[in-house]
Design a protein around this ligand. Structure first.
Ligand SMILES: [Zn+2]
Ligand SMILES: [Zn+2]
Length: 287
């Protein structure tokens, strides 16, 4: 009897200790945010620099961003294809630690988070997993840019001459990959969720089985023939019903896109009553 009591007592203590640790961790994360400004934080969680295909250095991005934002995340491309090769615009895997060091050492009046935008290929899951677990990152955006190994967002040419049936098939395959990316557990945020619409080709195919916690509201779709934020408002509303939360990003590749249509993204979020989060060491914190 005594042994039973001791056992249950130990178990209870363990559970209580775990709960306390979780609570402490959450409080620390939350206190880390600037007090009363929590509700008003202006953030851009999707920015590229010269480390991948952006035009500017980290320093240049930060100097401009600190005039506008409370928080930004530098999220350069990491593309590792199934055969292990890397796209020329990707950060070479061996240089990621230098990239993160450069972000860390920059002094700024804006909080600068260390991020990556990582391409998802099912065959590269293991390599990505091993790479990411070695890195001290604040957030990882998971994105799909390739369908059947063809880049769908690089140029309009890819879409020219395609029948609606072919377009639907690309959307179907694309969302299948996005769904795999979101359930892989590798990523914190899903990037530009309905990217195939970029050059104006539309489809009724819809991401039905998304098992995802955080999706970005990405304003870059407004710069292209889609003329619409990623994801479309109808998708955003479905996501809100599923308790999905959001970040905001402009997918900036140059300084003039750093605050591109940020207000539209904030207004969309308000319209759909979407909950926004910030990230600390790959943990989402509500604001
Ligand atoms: Zn992208
Ligand atoms: Zn991007």
């Amino acid at each position: 009897m005594l042994q039973l009591w001791l056992n249950s007592n130990t178990k209870e203590r363990k559970i209580r200790r775990i709960c306390e640790m979780q609570l402490m961790r959450f409080c620390q994360l939350f206190q880390d945010l600037p007090g009363e400004e929590r509700m008003k934080l202006r953030t851009n969680y999707h920015i590229h620099t010269q480390w991948s295909d952006g035009d500017n250095s980290v320093e240049e991005v930060v100097r401009t961003a600190e005039k506008v934002f409370d928080e930004i995340a530098i999220t350069d491309h990491l593309v590792i294809k199934p055969d292990g090769s890397q796209e020329p615009y990707s950060i070479p895997a061996g240089r990621i630690k230098s990239y993160l060091k450069e972000i860390e050492k920059v002094e700024a009046q804006v909080r600068v988070l260390k991020g990556l935008e990582v391409d998802y290929f099912p065959e590269s899951e293991r390599i990505i997993e091993n790479l990411l677990k070695e890195l001290d990152l604040d957030l990882v955006i998971g994105s799909v840019h390739f369908v059947d190994m063809a880049p769908i967002d690089l140029s309009e040419e890819f879409w020219i001459g395609k029948s609606q049936r072919e377009v639907d098939e690309i959307y179907r395959k694309y969302y299948e990959l996005v769904e795999m990316a979101s359930s892989s557990g590798l990523f914190d945020v899903i990037g530009h969720l309905d990217l195939p619409k970029k050059f104006g080709r539309r489809s009724d195919i819809f991401p039905e089985n998304l098992d995802v916690e955080v999706v970005e509201i990405n304003t870059s779709g407004l710069r292209y023939p889609a003329r619409e934020i990623y994801p479309a408002e109808a998708i955003c509303r479905k996501l809100v019903q599923k308790k999905v939360r959001f970040t905001i990003g402009t997918d900036a590749h140059s300084l003039n896109h750093l605050s591109y249509c940020i207000k539209e993204a904030e207004e969309l979020l308000e319209r759909i009553s979407g909950e926004r989060v910030v990230f600390r060491h790959r943990a989402a914190v509500p604001i």
